[in-house]
Design a protein around this ligand. Structure first.
Ligand SMILES: Nc1ncnc2c1ncn2[C@@H]1O[C@H](COP(=O)(O)OP(=O)(O)OP(=O)(O)O)[C@@H](O)[C@H]1O
Length: 744
């Protein structure tokens, strides 16, 4: 089953009442239908055209909290009680209503998904206990934490108790765990409300220009449900995640502290987008490890149901951000998850029910998002036929080290301290190589060993010294097998020894500098280098930009960025000049080409037209270009392509750089005329650019197109100006000459 994606368009806020609403909900056939499933938004370059994105549901501005809960969430509560894990996360730009959707307001009507979900859970608990006359007991336990500046803090602890470096997270037998997290049993809704309200006071929020109560962290609430009958125990878990919103810092006017938070938020969302893209492209390496949020979220998307609430602001000022979010959501909706319930485990007679209170917790084994082909409950027949001759199942891809001991994983929600509990037959993942260790016993977790030993000792008091030694030997074998598989599944591209060493050194510096503020910056540097190694220059540049605030005044970094910019620009120039030679006059510039074939269609039909996106469409074909500063869809260089593929592979033509120099001016300095010309260009004002000598409407449009693709970067000199698409040295000279009449 795929991730369910529903979009929610928030109402206009007080200060937006006079603003232009550009995001609308529609039914797929354009007619009035009970439920909308399409979001329509104009093309930012041409209002007459529009893009449409199809999701599972779309909620209009007037949708109430009750409506969202009833239609989207209440069924997941039912599934939770049937043993399915559920993950609900809110995604969107800052100020689009994520916290409103998840937490909501104080009044009954305004309560968001989380309090309503807890209310439904407690209601069902009571019903089950009543229906079974107390034979089934249901316990609820909560953990709640935030990921702030890539550090994990327990929200059930007051801020003064925090250690600056936060709680460590560890890969533990194939699962990511937050070490030292509080898990609070919580028996009533009232108790929940108190805990939740108190914890939310501990959450990091601040006023920004775009949101007076902006969440500066990702908040993860885990609700663990333990259903105990006389003979079985079943654990399932609901994760409700309020992600921090991406921010365009050109619009926030953030101060340094907010900027650093913002950089961290944007980075993690960027990594999330990369993960989603890598999954949807079935890539070998899913970069979960590049941010704590993605490491943790990967475990939240496990064996169960995943619901993404895409929050959207309806107004034009969010235009590019909204497109970016829509693109991300469009990719996310294609991700398949495993819909498998957690099996009940048998209780032995030796322990009372109360012993199950400490079962599971944050240490429940998780499995990251993956395509359906890697799911173990899908096409069971095919699975056998797909097996390799050696008996190993075919793996669609291996997940980069986060799930390093997937081989040893058994039923997902096996209690971590299963005193008195013995597992009954569980599903076995098709992705689990079974040949080496298929028959070995269930894996123990730290903390579990002793308890298991203890319970086994209690159950089998006559266990001999030999059998204990055999057990230990078997454990060692398991570990070695695990390690061997882990090594074999490493899929990172081969790097030169020297480069690898440099990356390792950087990683080491990040780990050891966790305490000082530069760790975050170093992480950006590391990611930049990793992107560069993979040839993803645009993503690398983006990471260097994020690192810059941490290394103010670092000339080496600036030079590096400049060089990279040059390289990107040169690459683009080669591509565009190659593509120019293949494009017919009248065709759209490459960026527009990429944005929507709709543009071309329209020219022929001269008719307002919608594009409906469905799963059969390729992203690259229809996705509008990513343009905003924090655009998470810069997930890979393929989404940052500057021309048709064919053109890219054509022979590279080195373009000769024109040299412009005023005789009276020192190298590096600029005349007032040059400055004036560059200021006109950088204004991106098409009418001013068109008014320059030798620049017609088409050229001006192409120039603005290039500038938009440069995001917040500017044309800094005449050489760079001459390198823009369709410009050249002669045009620059004309432009300058045209300004000669103006006295400077
Ligand atoms: N459906 C809605 N109905 C009424 N008010 C809403 C709705 N959605 C959002 N709002 C209001 O919009 C503002 C921003 O919402 P909210 O704080 O939830 O955004 P956010 O996406 O969580 O932002 P951030 O990422 O900065 O935390 C708040 O004042 C909130 O009350």
């Amino acid at each position: 089953m795929s991730v369910r994606v529903v979009a929610r368009i928030r109402p206009l806020l007080k200060h937006e009442l006079d603003r232009d609403t550009i995001v609308t909900a529609e039914s797929p056939d354009g007619e009035n239908a009970a439920t909308s499933t399409v979001v329509r938004i104009p093309n930012p370059r041409n209002d007459a055209e529009s893009f449409s994105f199809q999701f599972n549901s779309v909620y209009e501005q007037d949708a109430s909290q009750q409506q969202i809960f009833d239609s989207e969430v209440s069924s997941t509560v039912k599934h939770l009680f049937n043993g399915f894990d559920t993950t609900i996360f809110a995604y969107g730009v800052t100020g689009t209503g994520k916290t409103w959707s998840m937490r909501g307001g104080k009044s009954l009507a305004d309560r968001g998904i989380i309090p309503r979900m807890l209310s439904a859970i407690y209601r069902r608990c009571r019903k089950i206990e009543k229906d079974t006359a107390g034979a089934t007991q249901v316990e609820v336990a909560l953990s709640y934490y935030e990921i702030y500046c890539d550090r994990v803090y327990d929200l059930f602890e007051p801020p003064e108790k925090r250690t600056p470096s936060g709680l460590p997270i560890r890969d533990n037998n194939g699962k990511t765990v937050v070490v030292g997290l509080t898990e609070k049993p919580c028996t009533t809704l009232k108790e929940f409300e108190q805990l939740y309200d108190q914890a939310n006071i501990n959450r990091s929020t601040s006023a920004t220009k775009l949101n007076a109560h902006s969440s500066r962290s990702h908040a993860v609430l885990c609700v663990k449900l333990t259903q105990t009958t006389e003979t079985t125990v079943r654990i399932s878990k609901a994760s409700a995640i309020d992600l921090a919103g991406s921010e365009d810092n050109r619009r926030t006017d953030n101060n340094k502290e907010r900027l650093i938070e913002s950089a961290s938020i944007n980075k993690s969302l960027f990594v999330l987008a990369q993960c989603v893209e890598a999954i949807s492209k079935k890539q070998n390496r899913i970069p979960y490890r590049e941010s704590k949020m993605t490491r943790i979220l990967s475990l939240g998307q496990n064996n169960g149901l995943t619901l993404m609430i895409l929050n959207l602001a309806p107004v034009r000022s969010y235009h590019l951000d909204t497109l970016s979010s829509l693109n991300f959501a469009n990719r996310t909706k294609k991700i398949e998850t495993c819909e498998i319930e957690n099996e009940p485990v048998l209780r032995t007679a030796i322990k009372p029910i109360a012993a199950t209170a400490s079962i599971g917790g944050a240490n429940i084994a998780r499995q990251p998002l993956r395509p359906l082909t890697a799911a173990h409950n899908v096409n069971l027949q095919d699975r056998d036929t797909e097996r390799k001759p050696g008996g190993k199942p075919v793996k669609a891809f291996s997940v980069y080290s986060d799930s390093r001991s997937s081989t040893s994983r058994v039923s997902s929600n096996v209690p971590s301290q299963n005193q008195g509990i013995r597992r009954i037959d569980t599903h076995k993942r098709s992705a689990e190589p079974t040949s080496a260790i298929g028959t070995r016993p269930a894996k123990m977790r730290p903390g579990e060993n002793t308890s298991r030993f203890r319970s086994q000792a209690a159950a089998e008091p006559l266990m001999s010294k030999e059998s204990i030694e055999a057990l230990i030997a078997r454990r060692i074998d398991e570990k070695l097998a695990e390690k061997a598989l882990q090594d074999a599944s490493a899929t990172a591209p081969a790097l030169s020894a020297e480069l690898q060493k440099r990356l390792d050194d950087l990683e080491h510096r990040i780990e050891t500098k966790e305490e000082d503020g530069k760790a975050q910056g170093l992480q950006f540097l590391l990611m930049a280098k990793q992107h560069q190694v993979r040839g993803e220059d645009s993503s690398a540049l983006r990471m260097y930009q994020l690192a810059l605030p941490f290394f103010q005044g670092n000339e080496k970094l600036k030079t590096k960025m400049r060089n990279l910019e040059e390289r990107i620009r040169a690459k683009r120039d080669i591509e565009t000049s190659a593509s120019n030679s293949t494009l017919l006059p009248g065709h759209l510039p490459p960026a527009l080409d990429r944005m929507a074939p709709l543009g071309k269609e329209k020219k022929k039909k001269k008719k307002h037209k919608m594009i409906y996106r469905d799963d059969s469409e390729e992203d690259d074909e229809f996705a509008p270009a990513a343009e905003s500063d924090h655009d998470v869809s810069y997930a890979s260089d393929s989404s940052f392509r500057y021309g048709p593929k064919a053109a890219r592979s054509s022979k590279k033509v080195a373009r000769k750089l024109p040299i412009f120099r005023d005789a009276t001016i020192l190298p590096g300095e600029q005349t007032p005329r040059t400055k004036h010309l560059l200021s006109i260009i950088n204004s991106r004002d098409i009418s001013r650019i068109k008014a320059l000598k030798g620049v017609g409407a088409k050229k001006a449009d192409a120039i603005v197109g290039c500038l938009v693709e440069m995001e917040d970067d500017e044309v800094r000199d005449l050489e760079s100006l001459a390198l823009l698409k369709g410009v050249g040295g002669k045009t620059v000279e004309n432009m300058r000459m045209g300004l000669a009449d103006i006295s400077f």
